[in-house]
Structures are given as structure tokens and as C-alpha cells.
Design a protein around this ligand. Structure first.
Ligand SMILES: [Fe+2]
Length: 254
């Protein structure tokens, strides 16, 4: 470490050592500048724009670093501006010049041709991530209220029972995929899982219905921060769920 040498003379020496009248050379170690700022994050979610096409990125209601410490800025930025954007751009390519261009994403998913793997993967990836970013936020977590709380209590027994079941499904899902809370046509809630970028709107869904919330358990969602510790990522995800957004999605369910 670089050392600065300060020469203390005269008055200082006199005050400290009143008997001394000779100059004294004291070597003082000056702390070097330290970096205490968080890892800098490049970019702004507002600048993430898809190539020209039928679908566009919806933006985030928060900055890349606002979900710290539960979800780190680098993961959020990479996940949104690289992975999610990639699905959106490839979805635009897949629907270009077809009747699908004028349909909503939910209409496309409901009537999906499962053999069209480019459309299946990218329409799913686009929609699933839209929900993921929508239902999380800073200063969130806690327990739901209103109709969501009422139905969770009715269909799972309690919020804690629901949380355990959802968490276990996320921990136990093999490989890449999603866990969902689905509002079924009969008005009940159910937890389900899908692999890859499939979702509960698709014709092959084991549990069909309107997705109220989800968690992404692809490694790209957590590996930079949590490495192989998926359970820690899942536990911390509960601190990010904005239940008012889940309640809003329930109002959209038909
Ligand atoms: Fe993802």
C-alpha cells in the first residue's frame, strides 16, 4: 500500500510534546480509496426494446438492482435484457407473415400447434416471463389479502400449506421449467408445473386455467447468485411476490 509521509512540525509537535522543539518526522499511513459501491450494472430496462414485430417488451416496474438482496442486479439484467428479449424477438420471427401476427399472445397460446416448436418455445418464453416480472417487486412479500387469500385458504387449507406445496413443487421440478398458481375454470386454484417454456394456457397443459403467478426455475433465473442452491432462490422468491399484482391477475381471469 502506498504510504504518504506527512511532516508534522512546529505547533503540532509543540502541542503533543511540549518539551520538544526539534522537528519530528512521522510516517502516517493513509487509507487507499476503497470501492464500496455495488457492482455496477449496465443499462436500463427502459432501453430494452424488441426488434420490429407484433410483440414488444413490457418493461419492468423497478430497476435492475431494486430486487436486491433476494434477486441480484446482474441476474435481473441478464434475464430480462438477454433471455426474455431473445424470446420476444424469436416470437416476432415465428409469427411474421402469418395470421398469428394480429392475435394476442393468449390467443396464440390457447390455440397453439404443439408441433411448431419455434412458436411453442418462444411464445411460451415471452408470456411466462411477462408474468414473472409482473408479479414481483421490491418491498413486497408477506401474505395475500382479498379474494386470493380467500381462495388460497379454501383450496389449500391455509397460506402456509399453499406456500409449502408451491415451494416443494419448485424444489422438485426436474430440469428447466415453471411452477404455477392457476385459476381453473371452475373457480378453484391449483398448483401445477410445466417443463421448458410450456404454460397452463397451452392445449397440452395438465392443469389448464389462467395463470395468476409463477416462478421460473430455469438455471438462468438464479445460477449467477445461488449457483446450485435452487432451494435458497425459491425461499427468497417469497420476499418478492407482490400480492396486489396477483390479485389484479385474478380480476382478469374469466
Ligand atoms: Fe427465465
Amino acid at each position: 500500500m502506498k504510504k504518504n509521509v506527512l511532516l508534522l512540525t512546529g505547533i503540532a509537535s509543540f502541542l503533543l510534546f511540549s518539551c520538544k522543539d526539534k522537528e519530528e518526522m512521522i510516517e502516517v499511513e493513509v487509507p487507499s480509496a476503497t470501492t464500496t459501491e455495488a457492482t455496477p450494472v449496465n443499462g436500463d430496462p427502459k432501453t430494452v426494446v424488441a426488434n420490429q414485430g407484433a410483440f414488444q417488451m413490457k418493461g419492468l416496474n423497478y430497476g435492475y438492482n431494486d430486487l436486491e438482496p433476494y434477486m441480484d442486479a446482474q441476474t435481473v439484467e441478464t434475464h430480462y435484457s438477454k433471455h426474455h428479449l431473445g424470446y420476444c424477438n424469436k416470437l416476432n420471427d415465428a409469427v411474421k407473415g402469418t395470421p398469428l401476427e394480429t392475435m394476442s399472445i393468449e390467443e396464440i397460446l390457447n390455440g397453439l400447434d404443439l408441433k411448431n416448436s419455434a412458436l411453442r418455445n418462444n411464445a411460451g418464453g415471452y408470456y411466462n416471463h411477462n408474468i414473472f416480472w409482473e408479479i414481483i417487486g421490491p418491498k413486497a412479500g408477506g401474505k395475500p389479502t382479498g379474494k386470493v387469500a380467500e381462495l388460497i385458504n379454501k383450496d389449500f387449507g391455509s397460506f402456509d400449506a399453499f406456500k409449502t406445496q408451491f415451494t416443494d413443487a419448485a424444489k422438485g421440478l426436474f430440469g428447466s421449467g415453471w411452477v404455477w398458481l392457476v385459476y381453473q375454470n371452475d373457480g378453484t386454484l391449483k398448483i401445477t408445473t410445466t417443463t421448458n417454456q410450456d404454460n397452463p394456457l397451452m392445449p397440452n397443459a395438465e392443469v389448464k386455467g389462467y395463470p395468476l403467478m409463477n416462478i421460473d426455475v430455469w438455471e438462468h433465473a438464479y445460477y449467477l447468485k445461488y449457483k446450485n442452491e435452487r432451494p435458497k432462490y425459491i425461499e427468497n422468491f417469497w420476499q418478492l411476490i407482490d400480492w396486489s399484482k396477483v390479485e389484479y391477475r385474478m380480476s382478469l381471469a374469466k
